[in-house]
Design a protein around this ligand. Structure first.
Ligand code: MG
Length: 383
């Protein structure tokens, strides 16, 4: 029986992970939960799964849940770190959105956990630091994101020097069929209506700009030790092939499955085993075709920003990520229009003087600088 902690249990990844845990009661037990402020979800989940430990965003929120019956209640980022490194936890699922995942991920690595990672911002910000910590630890980092999980599965048992190229597939997001000239009319509800995947708000906006794919390119570079010029993005509308690997002998392996996050989540929990799954089987006769297109860089400049940031390396990806988080949040608060998201990212990326081989404090400093720049620019645009 593996004891699981879920960071971000009220989010889309968290909720799906709980469904997987429920499906395999002899394999998994929920030991700890963390949410930011979503008390209603927390109460429901705690009543059903009875975790011993809970973390919430702040003490104020903590007061509201005193009666839930958990042995320990922790707060803030320290609370996330405690749960991520708890001695009673075997598997840590990181379903947090954004850079807040960085410190708990490092805590889980240092504590040698089996980590199911759904967050991409942490690796984008501080990939070199995270991979170096991982080398020193007995922790295992298993990707949950469908594309990274696909590549991870295709690479099992292969040697690094056999790998030639990665193909990351992209379903195209909400705007694939919308003309660039109409982007300026897009409202929040148009963007949050993703055709294939049901996800949290931040990642759904990132899917619309294709920044999500850009973050995945950088993330894949770290996870699989591949230079980004050997990572190609394909628009694959059906989202049946979750990604592919080309080997040096020109053979290509793909991983396929229905569009349901419970599959990669289950695999990240059970790795290296596979458990029987009664539902979710792919019916090949219901697939009309599998298509592949090039990304339109004019419509989706954010993907190029990510390649540029990865090539610049150092603090550049952290800056890009921080500005993106601020711009997306301003868009979700309806302070800026959709088309300003890439404009803001480009402006601040060009202003940044990249520091090579930064340590963690330098990365966090670049993150803070970028957020301040972004907020100032957004306030100017907003007034
Ligand atoms: Mg993905």
């Amino acid at each position: 029986m593996k004891r699981v902690a879920i960071l971000g249990s009220s989010g889309s990844i968290g909720v799906t992970t709980l469904r997987v845990i429920k499906q395999y009661p002899r394999e998994f037990k929920l030991e700890a939960l963390a949410v930011n402020k979503n008390i209603e979800s927390l109460k429901r989940q705690a009543a059903e799964f009875k975790p011993g430990k809970i973390a919430v965003g702040d003490e104020e929120t903590g007061k509201k849940i005193k009666k839930i019956g958990a042995r320990d209640i922790h707060y803030g980022i320290e609370g996330l770190n405690r749960i991520a490194s708890d001695k009673d936890v075997d598997i840590v699922v990181i379903g947090l959105s954004g850079s807040v995942a960085l410190h708990p991920l490092l805590s889980a690595i240092r504590a040698g956990k089996h980590i199911a990672l759904a967050n991409k911002e942490a690796l984008v910000m501080a990939g070199s630091i995270i991979m170096a910590e991982l080398k020193k630890s007995k922790a295992r980092l298993i990707p949950v994101d469908s594309e990274q999980s696909a590549i991870f599965q295709c690479l099992e048992g292969k040697e690094q020097d056999e790998l030639k190229r990665l193909y990351l597939t992209a379903s195209g997001g909400a705007l694939y069929d919308v003309a660039l000239k109409d982007f300026k009319y897009l409202k929040k509800k148009d963007i949050l209506n993703h055709p294939r995947w049901k996800m949290g708000q931040k990642i759904t906006v990132d899917s619309a700009t294709l920044m999500n794919k850009g973050l995945e390119v950088i993330e894949a570079g770290w996870l699989f030790d591949v230079e980004v010029r050997n990572i190609e993005v394909l628009i694959h509308r059906q989202a049946i092939i979750h990604s592919m690997v080309e080997f040096v002998d020109a053979s290509v392996l793909a991983q396929l499955g229905v569009t349901d996050m419970s599959l990669p989540i289950q695999y990240a929990l059970t790795y290296p085993r596979r458990l029987s799954n009664p539902k979710n089987h792919l019916n090949f006769f219901s697939i009309e075709s599998l298509t592949f297109d090039k990304v339109d860089n004019k419509k989706f400049p954010c993907l190029d920003f990510a390649y540029r940031a990865a090539r610049d390396a150092g603090t550049a990806p952290a800056v890009m990520n921080a500005v993106n988080e601020e711009a997306v949040s301003a868009f979700l608060d309806q302070r800026i229009g959709f088309t300003l998201i890439p404009d803001i990212i480009e402006k601040i990326m060009s202003k940044h003087k990249t520091l090579k081989n930064p340590n963690l404090p330098a990365i966090l400093e670049a993150d803070t600088w970028a957020r301040r720049q972004a907020r100032e620019l957004i306030t100017r645009l907003d007034s």
